[in-house]
Structure formats: C-alpha cells, structure tokens
Design a protein around this ligand. Structure first.
Ligand code: AMP
Length: 283
C-alpha cells in the first residue's frame, strides 16, 4: 500500500494504472476507521483492480461551532487497517494541498440540501459537494463508494454527479452496525457510557416504525410520532429532526408511498448521531 500526500504524485500513479486499463474504485473518508469504512474498502477491492481511499478531515464541511479541531485523527491506525483491506493507495492530503491560497470555488447542490441535516448544518453539503467534486477530478475513479448511513450525502453526490456530468458510477453500501444495532460512526467515540447505552434505541425506533408501516399505516405524521415518542423517553437524547421523505428527492411525503426514507438526527451529549432506514410502500 502506498501513502500519497501530493495531488500530482497521485495523478501520475493513477494515469499509469489507467493506461493498463485497470479499473479504479474510490472511497472518500475522514479517517478514524470503523467497520463501515472497512466494508466500503472491501467492496471496492472486490470490484476494481485498484482501490484508492482518501483521508481528509474537510474543514469546509464543518460549521464554526462544530468538531473540526477535535474530530478523531489516527493516521497510523487507519493505515494499518486499510492495508489489511488490501487498499492500494491511501491519499492523505493536507488542508493546504486541497485548499491552497486564494481558493474560491464551491459547489452548491440545490433543493436536496435544503432539508434534513441541511437545516441544522448550513453550508455542510456545500463543503461536502465541493470536496467530493475535487476528489473526483483528482482520482477520476470508475466507481465511488458511499455509505447509506449518510443517506442525504448519497443523494447530494448523486445529484452533483448527474448535474455536472462526472463520468463515475455511484455505489451506495448498506449501513454497518454494532451488534446492538447502533450505526457505526467515528463520532460514537464521543459517547459517554450512559449515552452509549441509550443510543441503540435510534435504530430500534426506526425498525418499529417501519414495521407499523408494513402493517398498513400510511399517515406520515403517525410514523414520525412513533419514533419521536420512543426517543423522547431517553434521558440523554436531544432530537434534532425526525423526517419521513421521498428517498430520491428528499421532499416531504403527504402519505407513505413508494421508496420512503425515514431519517433522524439526535444529539447525545457531544455526539450528533444520524441514522435512517429505507423501505418500499406499495399501495
Ligand atoms: P466519514 O469518514 O464519516 O466521512 O465516512 C466515509 C464514508 O463511510 C461515507 O461514505 C459514509 O457514508 C461511510 N460510512 C460511515 N459510517 C458508515 C456505516 N456505519 N456503514 C456504512 N458506511 C458508513
């Protein structure tokens, strides 16, 4: 496995691979690897000749009051985990490499960024879309691998890829969970013991609501209330949002039908956790 920090060196290496007709899979991350990241790497490895993983804690996607400076960073541990997944290249640029002096171009994806996490994290998806656009231009992968845990991020990137004609296939990989159902996340490290004990209720509440929908409930508000009641009972939880939207457009639903995304963001102390579930409702 090669660790590369310079954009030019990475491009030279990948141009050679492309000349040999090798396919390139790409997994963008912010590091602090867990089973979710490793799953993405594993699928990329299986489906491509070359797998590139980027580690970049992207300052433009953090708000001023967010955890950019305290976000967990452990290059050594990450490199050894990536090596075990047979990753070919870790791309580990500095902030100056990605955003040099006089940097001034940003990507704004409309509509799908105006809801869910976009409301409480203004500017977040502008930062995400910008850095992913840059990384796609740097790596020029055949396929980019994203996690379903960040459902809105997947929709935003798909829209950007379509609107700006990026020649890349977007592959979304199901959420990897702890044994008790908690979605794996680098931010789970922030959870205190009593918060960690309560956090699996998020996924339980989503599953219970899906079950009620499968049994015939079609009122969106009823589904949201079910989830809300379950989470409100927790001592450490502070709800940011619970939403039930069209899984492709992220627009509100009048009633449950089609491909439904039930998504939430809940704060447990320092950790803002997100989770979601997608289900199909046939009327
Ligand atoms: P991050 O390092 O948090 O920016 O995540 C990098 C990639 O891993 C993103 O595409 C995430 O959606 C994905 N990811 C994060 N957590 C999980 C998980 N629990 N299961 C699957 N993918 C995940």
């Amino acid at each position: 496995m090669k660790a590369i920090t310079q954009i030019n060196s990475l491009k030279i290496f990948l141009n050679q691979a492309r000349r040999k007709n090798q396919t390139i899979g790409f997994v963008p991350t912010m590091g602090a690897f867990h089973g979710g990241h490793l799953k993405l790497m594993n699928v990329s490895r299986r489906e491509n000749d070359i797998s590139v993983v980027s580690i970049f804690v992207n300052p433009t996607q953090f708000g001023p009051a967010e955890d950019f400076s305290s976000y967990p960073r452990d290059k050594k541990r990450d490199c050894s985990l990536a090596k075990k997944e047979n990753v070919d290249i870790i791309f580990y640029p500095s902030v100056e490499e990605m955003y040099p002096r006089r940097y001034g171009t940003y990507v704004d994806v409309e509509r799908v960024t105006a809801t869910l996490c976009g409301v409480s994290r203004p500017g977040h998806f502008r930062g995400v879309a910008t850095v992913v656009a840059k990384l796609l231009n740097i790596v020029e992968p055949d396929t980019i691998y994203l996690g379903q845990k960040d459902a809105q991020q997947c929709v935003v990137i798909k829209e950007m890829v379509r609107d700006l004609n990026f020649p890349v296939k977007v592959r979304v990989i199901p959420t990897v969970r702890e044994a008790d159902g908690l979605a794996m996340s680098s931010r789970n490290q922030y959870l205190l013991e009593r918060e960690r004990k309560e956090a699996p209720v998020l996924y339980q509440a989503l599953l219970e609501a899906k079950q009620v929908a499968m049994e015939g409930e079609r009122r969106v508000q009823r589904i949201i209330e079910l989830v809300r009641k379950r989470i409100e009972n927790l001592a450490c939880a502070q709800i940011d949002y619970i939403a039930c939207v069209d899984a492709e457009t992220l627009q509100p639903l009048e009633k449950l039908e089609g491909k439904v995304l039930l998504a939430l963001a809940v704060k447990f102390g320092r950790a803002r956790l997100i989770d979601n579930i997608i289900f199909h409702v046939r009327n």
